[in-house]
Design a protein around this ligand. Structure first.
Ligand SMILES: [Zn+2]
Length: 415
C-alpha cells in the first residue's frame, strides 16, 4: 500500500511534458500537488485536468487524481471538481532537500474495503501522517507484553499542536474486534484528508487535539490473525496457570477490586489480572490518560469495540450509580445514535453501561471518568447485533466506518 515517488525521477519523467527541450531542468518552484476527487462519470473532466496539469501522479485511479500543477493553474484545476486538497505546497522546495525527495502517498479510501495485517496498520498510520506532517505526528505510549509499542496518531488544527483539550480514541483492546481498528483509522483518515476541503471537518479538528490509537492490544491482535481468530485478551502469562491473557479492559486501576464485573480465573475471557493495572498495555494507556488530564484535559474519550450496536457510558462497576453528568451523556449519545441511524438505518441502544449491558469492573470508561476527569466517556459497540458478530464481512467495513463517523461528528460538535 505504500507508494513512494522520488521527485528527482519525477523531474526527468515529466520533462518533455512541461518543456520542449529535454536538456533544461524544469523549475518546480511553487508548483503544488493537488488531490482532486472525481465524480462518478469523469472522462471529460479528467481530460480537462490532464490538460491543465504538469503531471498526473496516479493515472487510472477512479476515485481521485493527484496532479502536479503550476501555481497559476491551481484555481483552474480545482474549479473542475467539487472537492480538492493540496497535498504538497511547493514541489520545488521539496526537490531542494535532496535525500528526502519523496511524496508519500496518502492512503486511499479503498483501504477501508478489507481487513489488514498489524504491520500494514502501522504503515497506514505512518503513510497518513506523512501526508500531513504539519498537523499530525505519530506517538507511542508504552508497549505490549511482547514489546510492541502502542502506536497512535496525534492530530491538531489551526491552534497548533497541543493547544486544545483532548479527544482520545482507543481501538481493538479486544483482539478479535477487527472492525474497531478500521473504524478508528477511518476517523483519523477523515480528520486529516477532509480538513482542507470540508468546513465541518475543519471545525472539528480546530476544536480539539485528537489522540487515536487504532490497536491498543497489538499482541492479541496479531495472535487473532496468526493463531486464533476469536482471541480477546492480551498475551500475558501468570505462574499459577497455563492459561494466557488478561482482559485489558478489566485491568484498569479504578474499582478494579469490586466483585462481579470481571473474572479472577486466568482461563476466563474476562480475567482481570493479579493486581490492578498489572498489564503493560494498561500502564501505557493510563499513562496517556493521566498526562492529558494533567495538561489540557480530556473532553471526550471513546473506546471502540464490537459488537452489539451500543453506546454506553459510566458506570460499569455499579448498576445503581448515576454519573454526575448522566443527562449530558445521554443527550450526546442520543444525537450520535440518530446521526448513525440517518446514514443507513443502523439502530443503536444507548445507556449507562452496567444497567444497559452488563457489569464491568476495571474498565476504561470508569477510569477515564473517575480518574481521568474526562467530561464524556463512551464505549461504542459497533455492528452487528450477532449475525456475524466479531467476523463482520469486509463488505460491511465501509458502511460501518461511514455511519460511525457521523456519530463521532455529532459527539464532537456537541462536546
Ligand atoms: Zn470489546
Amino acid at each position: 500500500m505504500k507508494s513512494l515517488l522520488l521527485l528527482s525521477s519525477l523531474v526527468s519523467y515529466t520533462y518533455s511534458a512541461v518543456v520542449p527541450r529535454a536538456e533544461e531542468q524544469v523549475d518546480y518552484s511553487g508548483f503544488k500537488v493537488v488531490r482532486l476527487e472525481l465524480p462518478e462519470a469523469n472522462s471529460d473532466i479528467e481530460a480537462q485536468i490532464e490538460e491543465l496539469a504538469a503531471h498526473v501522479l496516479n493515472p487510472g485511479k477512479t476515485s481521485h487524481l493527484d496532479v502536479v500543477v503550476a501555481p497559476e493553474s491551481v484555481d483552474a484545476v480545482t474549479a473542475l471538481v467539487t472537492e480538492s486538497s493540496i497535498i504538497n505546497e511547493d514541489v520545488g522546495a521539496a526537490l531542494a532537500e535532496e535525500g528526502e525527495l519523496l511524496i508519500q502517498e496518502v492512503p486511499a479510501e479503498s483501504w477501508f474495503t478489507a481487513y489488514h495485517s498489524y504491520a500494514d496498520h502501522l504503515t497506514f498510520l505512518r503513510d497518513l501522517q506523512g501526508g500531513f506532517t504539519s498537523q499530525s505526528e505519530i506517538f507511542t505510549t508504552g508497549s505490549s507484553v511482547q514489546g510492541r509499542a502502542l502506536t497512535g496518531i496525534h492530530i491538531w488544527g489551526s491552534g497548533g499542536k497541543g493547544s486544545k483539550p483532548a479527544v482520545v480514541i482507543h481501538g481493538t483492546v479486544h483482539a478479535r474486534e477487527w472492525i474497531s481498528t478500521m473504524t478508528t483509522e477511518y476517523f483519523a483518515w477523515q480528520l486529516l484528508t477532509k480538513y482542507a476541503g470540508n468546513a465541518t471537518v475543519k471545525a472539528l479538528v480546530d476544536k480539539f487535539d485528537y489522540y487515536i490509537i487504532p490497536v491498543v492490544n497489538p499482541d492479541g491482535f496479531v495472535y487473532s490473525q496468526t493463531t486464533d481468530r476469536l482471541w480477546r485478551k492480551n498475551r500475558q502469562t501468570v505462574s499459577s496457570s497455563s492459561c494466557v491473557g488478561r482482559d485489558i479492559n478489566r485491568n484498569w486501576p479504578y474499582k478494579w477490586e469490586v466483585p462481579g464485573g470481571a473474572s479472577t480465573n486466568p482461563c476466563s475471557e474476562t480475567y482481570k489480572g493479579q493486581t490492578a493495572g498489572d498489564s503493560p498495555e494498561n500502564l501505557g494507556l493510563r499513562t496517556q490518560i493521566n498526562q492529558l488530564r494533567d495538561s489540557g484535559g480530556v473532553t471526550l474519550y471513546l473506546d471502540i469495540h464490537s459488537y452489539g450496536q451500543y453506546i454506553l457510558w459510566p458506570y460499569g462497576y455499579d448498576c445503581n450509580l448515576v454519573v454526575h453528568n448522566d443527562a449530558q451523556h445521554r443527550s450526546l449519545a442520543t444525537r450520535a445514535a440518530a446521526a448513525i441511524r440517518a446514514v443507513s438505518g443502523t439502530r443503536y441502544t444507548i445507556g449507562p453501561a452496567c444497567a444497559t449491558l452488563y457489569a464491568t469492573t476495571g474498565d476504561s470508561t470508569d477510569y477515564t471518568d473517575g480518574v481521568g476527569n474526562a467530561t464524556y466517556s463512551y464505549t461504542y459497540e459497533l455492528r452487528d447485533t450477532g449475525n456475524y458478530g466479531f467476523t463482520l464481512p469486509a463488505s460491511q467495513i465501509q458502511p460501518t466506518v461511514r455511519e460511525t463517523w457521523e456519530g463521532l461528528v455529532s459527539m464532537v460538535k456537541d462536546a
